[in-house]
Design a protein. Sequence first.
Length: 341
Amino acid sequence: MSSLSPIEKFIHSLAVLLKSAACLCLGTTSLFAQQGGEAERTRQYFSEPHLGTIVQIVFYSKDKEHSQKLAKQCFERIENLNRTFSDYLPDSEVSQLCAKPIKVAYKVSDDLFDVIAQAQEISAATGGAFDITLGRVTHKWREKKLPQEKASIRESHASYQDVVLNPGSKSVLLRQTLKIDLGGIAKGYIADQLMIILRKAGIKQAAVIIGGEMVFTEAPPGKAGWTVGIERPSHQVLGMLRLSNIALSTSGDSYQFFEKDGVRHAHLIDPSSRKPKTNRLNVTILARSAMLADAWATALRISAPEAALKLAKQEKEIEAAFIPFGKPAAFTAGFPKLGKP
């Protein structure tokens, strides 16, 4: 689900990997701390490039060979889900859905239906700030093109309300010709699915990181939580969190943007204007699932800052941090206090 050239993909992936290495301790010291006790349960770390980033899987297990099989199963699941969600692949399930005649209900896979259904819920909750039907505009951004005013007006007829779901038949009907882009929610769903695989295998202490989407179970042995750095848009670490049994997502313009005429255009598209966001802001969300955190981070990053903070305070399923460039951060009441970097 990446629009980058092979060289750009490598550079972007390396940047994300370095970011992750700097900001995610992921219990790396836990192994040394526990060796005097439960030595047979060791830290297992696996990483591979997928989805335009580096996917990292960390867990504690007694069986190295079994751990390798689990990691392989996880990476295979990623490939399968990419063939479901990617709007870059013409033969993916979502691309095929958008290519079919409109105003006809088509049965889709459980994975695709569940992601679209969650996306629609958040679209409704945010008044359309989160909108998966912006595929035509996001494709222009990938080509470093800004939408023209006339084109924007023509494309404004398509919105999330043109996607109609039937939960009984797990079918999707499109009222308009449109392109669905699940980039603001799919990585979170995939992270959740990998954690399901690990839990079913009896793994109790694990972390899955897919770019800015992270999900954690119990803390590493001997630790209070998985240590995560919360970044400013300038890449400086604002503070540290110790997390367990929760998901985290950060949405911002630190890595995905292009500059034109001195203006920085983020990959985040405002549905109301059909144009990229240009303000510097990181939004970090904590939620019970990575899919929820991913979608809410995207939605609140796109919304006007004041309205986004108000909405975040009203939403019971999330806690949020708003970190603008060069200005003080704002937090919802339940967001954990940051420790020193």
